[in-house]
Design a protein around this ligand. Structure first.
Ligand code: CTP
Length: 371
């Protein structure tokens, strides 16, 4: 396999391969980088896997700038000639409970034992880095074949039970690469969803995975559709409502640019408390700290048309007058100043108000509050 890095990066990788030879360890690219290169894409982040202890290896090289070390995981973040490179030690992981973050059982294991802890065959291909800049492919799970076939397959039948967020990662890969889950994986997923174990589920991992899934605007609604239709929501909840037409409509109504953010918030946030009072001032005060995404999600969850009144009519209303202006006009310091500013706001929020400019506000105050 060939990897098209620029000359500077190639030189760094060559030097690292020579250092690995000197130190007596094998180093690899693995996971997303290898998958992407095999799919004809340019490599993005550079992560190197060390078959052994990455921390000891990195410390033995004098041209590496260490940025941080995570001893428990055997990982090191570095900078080499201005390029960020992360190093990881091969490791064996164990899942004490379904969905929780795995425990590291051993750092510095055989490459095969490291590959087996991974999610899909397409992500479990390693490419050994040689000083000649040839890359020797290690593909014990036939990931190359699955890339060609466009199929997502886990490495063992407990994989989705160990980590149900892999279902959502799979959905992301499916939509990103136009792949499908293998029939066996479809069965494993549906079998997990019949009896999901949410007790030990790592919230951090769920949020991280959903963030990734909804990071693309183009794929966000397709992801929501599968999340609902295929029952993937059962990883998190018993029930989930999604109406694509309603979403598309709300996205237009609130001029949403980041559709993924709406989807994410819609999934992760509990239904909001609805406002009781419907005066325009109350509506304004209730929603004044809401972003367009917040408003859109609130609307989707409650159908409350006040969100539209706020978005279309009230959101941009501002009072120009400040307390100091009122003091200059001769009003006395105290509660009255706040009351006057509130009245100005209320008057500006009224339908067909004729109070627009700073001068209009002054005029209104003088007319309404006699000195
Ligand atoms: N991984 C896993 N289970 C998870 C998350 C990650 O097994 N819940 C493994 C995968 O094998 C993956 C590797 O950890 O290849 C690195 O994960 P990550 O950086 O999130 O993804 P990439 O596969 O590199 O893909 P991309 O960044 O392109 O989404």
């Amino acid at each position: 396999m060939q990897i098209k890095f620029n000359d500077k990066t190639n030189q760094i990788i060559k030097n690292l391969a020579l250092e690995a030879k000197r130190f007596g360890v094998k180093i690899y690219f693995v996971g997303g980088l290898v998958r992407d290169v095999l799919m004809g894409k340019a490599p993005l982040d550079i992560d190197i896997l060390v078959e052994g202890n990455a921390i000891d290896f990195v410390k033995s090289i004098d041209f590496v700038g260490i940025k941080s070390i995570h001893k428990d995981f055997g990982t090191v973040k570095t900078e080499i000639s201005g390029i960020d490179i992360d190093f990881a030690s091969t490791r064996i992981e164990e899942y004490p409970k379904s969905g929780c973050l795995p425990h590291v059982a051993k750092i510095g294991c055989d490459i095969k034992d490291d590959l087996i802890r991974r999610d899909f065959t397409i992500n479990a291909i390693a490419a050994r880095i040689l000083p000649s800049l040839d890359y020797e492919i290690i593909d014990i799970f036939n990931g190359c074949d699955d890339i060609l076939k466009g199929v997502l397959k886990v490495l063992h039948k407990n994989s989705y039970i160990d980590d149900p967020t892999r279902i959502l990662r799979g959905l992301d890969f499916k939509l990103r690469f136009n792949f499908i889950f293998s029939p066996e994986d479809e069965k494993l997923i549906q079998s997990y969803l019949k009896n999901p174990d949410r007790e030990g589920l790592s919230k951090d991992r769920v949020v991280l995975t959903l963030n990734k899934l909804f990071s693309s605007n183009e794929r966000a609604l397709a992801a929501m559709e599968d999340f609902s239709r295929c029952g993937y929501y059962k990883i998190l909840f018993d029930e989930f409502l999604f109406d694509r037409e309603k979403f598309e409509n709300a996205i237009k109504l609130f001029d949403i640019k980041d559709i993924g953010k709406v989807c994410l918030k819609y999934i992760l946030e509990a239904p909001p408390v609805e406002i009781k009072s419907k005066s325009r001032l109350e509506i304004y005060k209730h929603f004044k700290d809401f972003s367009d995404v917040d408003l859109c999600v609130y609307y989707l969850k409650t159908n409350d048309k006040n969100t539209l009144i706020y978005h279309n009519e009230l959101k941009n209303v501002k009072v120009y007058l400040k307390g100091s202006d009122l003091l200059n006009l001769g009003y006395k310091q105290g509660k009255i100043i706040g009351d006057i500013l509130d009245k100005v706001l209320e008057a500006k929020l009224a339908k067909n108000t004729d109070i627009v400019s700073f001068e209009d506000e002054v005029e209104f105050v003088k007319r309404t509050f006699k000195l």
